[in-house]
Unconditional design. Sequence first.
Length: 354
Amino acid sequence: MTEVPRLGCPVCGSSSSSHAVDAASGRERDATGGFGAALGSRRRRALLLGTATAAAGAVGVASVSRPRTDGGTDSASAGESPERTTDPTLIAHRGFAGENPENTRAAARAATREEGPGRRADLVEVDVVPTADGDVVAFHDDELSGRDDGLGLTDETGVVWETDTETVTSAEVLRSGETVPRLGELLESIPADVGVNVELKNPGSTSLRFAEKLDEDALEAQRSVWRPFVERVVEILDGHDHEVLFSSFYEAALAVASERSTASLAPILWESVADGVAIAEAYDADAVHPPAAMVPGTPFFDDARFGGTDLVRTARDRGWAVNAWTVDSWYRADRLLDAGVDGLIADYSTLVRE
């Protein structure tokens, strides 16, 4: 079994009353073919898909590749390419981590304010892990400190899930005066009309199967590792009115989320497009979250690693939104939108031009 060491992340409305249970995921499916949530599948899809892309349909035609000011060209396949997305979903990565102390209440408030330096977030992305006391906190890394840049993420040390809640929630984040919040506290800082992308980061274990499609036996074993934590996360979210999108690098995390919640799901892709697509299909995902290197038609596309499948076209065929990560410059945002991605998981609020 592959074990993940304690190194943190490896990247830094239908009104019908007719229902059926989906055999693969166990989630209740409504008559439209989507999964019902409190706000309805139509609103959920409107939030996850940029309005221009959703209205345009699956794939547009661009018979001529447009010239680039940087000397390159847009790539086109068989004379066609996805239409440029003009109204993307903006997902505030850890609350726009380039502008704000990540995963804090201050970041959540800043990312969702009506008047800010850039565009208001459509969703706030939040990483969740447990403390030693079983409480759910908003935090990205395994360790409370120890970032490669020499600046500890907090002024405390130790593994989060081996540390008591009082110590974790008293830890100051990036010398900002903000401390690590419990998930419920962070949700209270996000207006109900803004969605929440909850990334299931770690249930408190180093024996996890990262970014791969699992066989039945392995999946069941991993579900047992994730189940208590995910159930607690769902319980907290059920106490709030936000639209929720669960994402994770781990299939088992999404599998348990699909059992316990009707919220949207999105696998986060890493080394294998095929595994990501298989996981999305298995749990009837509403979105996929690829790194920029998986998006064809951009300068970032790594053809040697990901050239076998056009992920954007595959997503269009299956009705999934494509939200690319992590976007940290206007250049990157512009090229990804040209390539047809629906959403940007961004570090800055200013990357989408009004």
